[in-house]
Design a protein around this ligand. Sequence first.
Ligand code: PLP
Length: 443
Amino acid sequence: MTQTVSRPGTGAHEAPLPLDVEAIRADFPILTRTVRDGKRLVYLDSGATSQKPRSVLDAERDFYERINAAPHRGAHQLAEEATGAYESARARIGAFIGAPAEEVVFTRNSTEAINLVAYSLSNAITAKDPAHRRYAVGQGDEIVVTEMEHHANLVPWQQLCERTGATLRWLGLTDGGRLDLSDLATVVNERTKLVAVTQQSNILGTINPLDGIIARAREVGALVLVDGAQSVPHQPVDVATLGADFLVFSGHKMLGPTGIGVLWGRYDVLDAMPPFLTGGSMIEVVRMEGSTFMPPPQRFEAGVPMTAQAIGLGAAVDYLQALGMDRVQAHEEALTGYALEQLQAIPGVTVIGPPDTVARGGAVSFTVEGIHPHDVGQVLDDLGIAVRVGHHCAWPVVRRYGVPATTRATFYVHTGYDDVDALVEGVRAAQRFFGVTPEEERA
Ligand code: PLP
């Protein structure tokens, strides 16, 4: 049944959610369990990792029960079927982001995908094959990130700079939780080799205006890597119109298994890059004196791959595609609007990030005056509500906004208004528990 709600503050009209929450919940076995002495699980931590529908669990189990073999090795029937299932997953995952299969590289997660690019670009300086030196980063070059990045899209670039003598520069943040692009033209300049930027902040929820950033990078001939860990699961993303060179995302945040992620790269760029990890499955010819490497994507997939996980991610994108990414995005936007309105109506609650749904996704971070975020999380947990507390692997962001940490709720396809209501009631319960209920609430 579609959930509706009378939205206080916006009149008494009913705003039905775009997705059928009850039907979707029935697809997620974990949502039938209870927590903390029989309480309904209110899972508001999909931004950290999402729950998995039965079709994803079945796809993985089916692979192990019927097929299990190493793809791209061996001539027996199981190996052939494993190769077919693995490559079919690659093709469907590619189609999900508008990319041909040969541009989809499987990695463990977004973190590994970003490290792959960072190590490949620093290895490029000494690559034996001159064709692999094209995008080499070295002394005097600059890498540009933003102050909004998850550590996964910051620390690998800091490390690349330490290895190569390149310089890291960054775009700052406005007080309103958005990128400050006022110095874009100077920060991204002729020395810039690569711009690495998130499409959607995991902590602020902000959706970034990538067009202008990518256009500036193009003007100076820099590569662009887009961190899609928080966007690809939640909105339609099409690499053909994105205009970037790389896009990374993690399967476990989009209903898929852990241990599988994607590096999408423009084929000509991937083809001009040396490998990151080396070993079996990525070589053309091996002699004692040296080796040559396969073209992409195999060049970047050393060793027996995460086969069941890739197949599970294939099932996850099938599930999302059946729901429709436009509807997934609209669903989360409705929930985000409702949550922002309800939370900001509680005296003492401050949202860290854009206060409305304009260019914003479904990650809602907030502080509660007089209560440490970890204590808020504890009270919510006692009520069966799973949120994330802390710096959310984006330490510079909490530092920028002068808070030690935040409480963060994140939404997904099975989230309903009842989950947001539980969160809002939970925050009020925390205020009562810690004796910080504002005067106006006590009446
Ligand atoms: N980028 C963003 C924006 C994230 O939110 C995360 C994880 O929370 C990552 C990158 C890293 O993802 P993973 O831990 O799956 O590699």
